[in-house]
Design a protein around this ligand. Sequence first.
Ligand SMILES: Cc1cc2nc3c(=O)[nH]c(=O)nc-3n(C[C@H](O)[C@H](O)[C@H](O)COP(=O)(O)OP(=O)(O)OC[C@H]3O[C@@H](n4cnc5c(N)ncnc54)[C@H](O)[C@@H]3O)c2cc1C
Length: 368
Amino acid sequence: MSKHVVICGGGVIGCATAYFLATSGAKVTVIESDGIASGASGAAAGILSPPSPDSIDDPLFEIRMTGFKLHQELAEKLPDESGVQYDYSVTPRVIVPNNEKEVSDLVNRLSNTGLNQSSTEILDANTLAKQTGWIDKARYGGAFLDAGAQVDPYKFTLALVAAAERLGVKFITGKVTGIELNRQSFQSVTVDHKTINGDACLLSMGPWAKDASPWVNRPIPVRPLKGQIIKTQPQKKLTHLTLLNGSNYAITRENGLLILGTTEEDVGFDTSITDTARDEIIAFGLTFSSELETAELIEQTACLRPLSGDGRPIMGELIPNSNLFISTGHGRQGILMSPAAGHAMSDLINTGETRLLDLSPFDPERFN
Ligand SMILES: Cc1cc2nc3c(=O)[nH]c(=O)nc-3n(C[C@H](O)[C@H](O)[C@H](O)COP(=O)(O)OP(=O)(O)OC[C@H]3O[C@@H](n4cnc5c(N)ncnc54)[C@H](O)[C@@H]3O)c2cc1C
């Protein structure tokens, strides 16, 4: 008989795990307290950046690269499996330095690491303006990197849900308020005073995963890191690409919008939008493109990234041999990592191991 897995939290991480579990034949119930992808998963920028080749020693390299490749594979089949088009597109990337020092660092990285496999050239400001059409104010020019990709993150999560539903996954609206363990082994979750039994449970409640800490008497060091982005409508259709500048970005959508971000605000569970953030983001955009001078501001949003105590995801069995699992803390790149996280956690829940990724850097035990 197949395992019944209860998933707490219907963001991209919970829904990706539900999808992969369902494809492996498991019985799955997802419990979401608000709406599917109502947190960061629905409001992210949706940029899928492959990891830089010079970050190969970073413990996050493998999950990022695997996530990037699985997104390519999913784009071939998930729209048909789900009936949802989620606007996956390959997107050229341009990196723009802020000063001479960053230019020379970029020259070194391009020649030593193959950030762009076909070119090691930094384009001067005029050439960059001609080639992109809209990055026309980059004082120090810029360089093309190997292409990345993008999705509409809300539609992507809905596609995972629709495909999972077709495979029999049940989605329930309700707030999980407790977990029952019997001799350190998972029994059931409490949802709005009712009990749902299962053979295994996954906590994928994003920054709210910390709420489960007292239920299981374990540290779950994850906190919200607020980010704001703005959506603008430029006067003309811009060349399709992602502009990267430090931790800021601007990305064109197929529908003509230009999305810009972002902030990193350590302000708890506050999701209000602020004029200060709007002005900072617009000022960043204006440094690189005159198109922002006439673009219309369409929307400003704020949402919360789940950030762990050491910045690495928390993925694995929360208590050894308990069948209680956790997957959170994917920070600024949870959309990118979600297929890798979902696939690996599905393997782990089903068989106790995964060959997809080395999960040891993400072991929840490291906080004990
Ligand atoms: C401004 C911004 C831009 C971003 N851009 C990108 C990007 O371009 N590329 C990228 O890869 N990543 C990006 N991210 C990061 C990405 O959005 C997150 O890492 C990812 O969405 C986290 O997914 P999650 O499922 O863990 O959490 P969430 O999306 O927060 O989902 C958790 C869910 O759990 C539910 N929940 C909470 N408590 C309970 C409970 N007790 N019972 C039931 N349900 C519960 C919540 O309602 C929520 O829906 C961005 C984030 C921000 C803030």
